[in-house]
Unconditional design. Sequence first.
Length: 171
Amino acid sequence: MECCGAGGRNFRWRSHSKLQLKDALQMLNDQVISESVFDIFLSPYAGCPVNFEFLNYTIITSQCKGPQYSPKLCCGAFKDFACPYADELNDLTNDCASTMFSYINLYGKYPPGLFASECREGKQGLECPAQAPSTESAKDSTNNASRGQIVSSYSMLTLTAGFLVLLFHLF
């Protein structure tokens, strides 16, 4: 995908919907509960190579405070925290994005969907600054332009939670 310029990286939301748990439960009908949805919920994800449990979340919690969450402060802090992990968060074969958002919400007690609804910078998503050149800079410099689209699974996490709540109520 095209990125934000030479060596830049983007953060892109998987879904632009602003689902709340109540909305997710209402949407779970015969059309939503299909074989492909069950495959998504039941497919095993690889563990996340980043241990988000022990990261320092004060970069977000010290700047993004309610009840009036400033998009400028919250999104800037979110980018500062998440951009270094853009490649891991974009990898759809692991659970890094959902794990990261779980800890952000645990430590910050933010309203559901805060970052998904407030942090937008165009069609490509949030722009992450280019990484500092490494010893493999010649090899990596061509890859950096296409890498770094952080894909959030917050809406999928909300939908999954709604699905599980629905299952527990049925059984």
